[in-house]
Design a protein around this ligand. Structure first.
Ligand SMILES: [Zn+2]
Length: 344
């Protein structure tokens, strides 16, 4: 167990985090199970998230921090049947009421394929300061626990982060498909170590900064006052002489995905089409979005011979709107079809 080789400083109560406050959010819970787990005692991600969150909160409290929990048992936050959007917004509202220095959402990812495992840290879109720095500090410790995992540090546009007015991060501690999680004993040990690693990341961060009074982020500018029906992102030039309308805009693609995401969000579009010039006709939609799939299927008619596929692509998963990525030899025709269509 690599992490146990690291001198762990939290042996007894101390004041290393006095003055700090945190909202710990154990992802999912109640009817929302999260990613499926193939582990003997845990039915799904929701259970593991809770285990890590409670242990983490306990360590932070022992270090003198003020900790608020969105849930402390296997319930949803609202404890009533509410839509997922309302549930996530309620968690963010709870955090906004408590105005902690950090909101920390705990998750575990999963992959179906034989993809390599990964530790993923997401900080709220548009925030490059404390949330990103804390993410780096936590990522460093989790990488010691999982030295063979890939790492990802990115801005994330998840609802619990987006609706949060303060500094907010989301941790995907590991993938549930990790063979290390196949035995109960190993899993218990790892969950505890995950909590310790995250706590260590927080403590290391806190050493070099002092708990600032929370300031709400008001720097996000939106380009349009009302939400756009759709935004078309085109890679390369389009010959279409279409002026931006009230309900749509056409912007140029950029390789920096975070920057592009930032631009997309400023338009507050309902639907985003990202068009690439290509010989192969292919329509990709985010695999968890039914609406995206529906639109992709209806667009197939325009692109004869096109394949439609669900994808977990970062850009598509992080856009708050329904987002589709389309490779086509007929960029101009598709732009015109989208603009004229009442369907999307
Ligand atoms: Zn999750």
């Amino acid at each position: 167990m690599p992490y146990s080789n690291i001198p762990f400083e939290i042996k007894s109560k101390n004041n290393s985090l006095s003055g700090w406050s945190f909202v710990i959010d154990a992802g999912h819970g109640g009817a929302e199970r999260g990613a499926a787990a193939n582990i003997p005692f845990a039915s799904a991600e929701a259970d593991l998230n809770l285990g890590v969150s409670l242990t983490l909160g306990g360590i932070l409290e022992a270090c003198g921090a003020n900790v608020f929990y969105t849930r402390k048992a296997d319930f949803s936050f609202n404890q009533t049947e509410s839509s997922l959007t309302d549930e996530l917004r309620s968690r963010a509202d709870f955090s906004n009421e408590h105005a902690p220095q950090f909101f920390i959402s705990i998750h575990h990812n999963a992959s179906k394929g034989p993809r390599k495992n990964r530790v993923e840290l997401y900080y709220k879109l548009f925030t490059k300061g404390p949330a990103r720095e804390l993410s780096i500090s936590i990522l460093k410790e989790l990488s010691k626990l999982y030295p063979n995992h890939d790492t990802a540090l990115r801005s994330g546009n998840f609802a619990v982060l987006r609706e949060n007015q303060g500094e907010a991060i989301l941790v995907e501690c590991t993938y549930l498909s990790d063979p290390l999680l196949s035995s109960q004993l190993e899993t218990f040990k790892l969950l505890k170590h995950e909590a310790e690693a995250i706590a260590m990341g927080i403590i290391n961060y806190a050493k070099y900064s002092s708990p600032q009074a929370v300031q709400f982020d008001t720097s996000v500018e939106t380009v349009s006052d009302s939400a756009l029906d759709f935004l078309i992102v085109v890679k390369g030039k389009t010959d279409s002489m279409i002026e931006a309308g009230e309900k749509f805009r056409i912007i140029e693609y950029m390789d920096d995905e975070e920057e592009l995401l930032r631009r997309i969000e400023r338009y507050r579009p309902k639907t985003v089409f990202i068009l690439f010039e290509s010989a192969n006709e292919k329509i990709e939609h985010y695999y968890r979005s039914n609406k995206g799939k529906e639109i992709a299927e209806s667009m197939k008619v325009l692109l004869s011979g096109a394949t439609v596929a669900g994808t977990s692509n970062y850009l598509l998963s992080q856009t708050s709107a329904v987002c589709l990525m389309i490779s086509t030899a007929k960029v101009n025709r598709i732009v015109e079809a989208i603009v004229k269509s009442d369907e999307w």
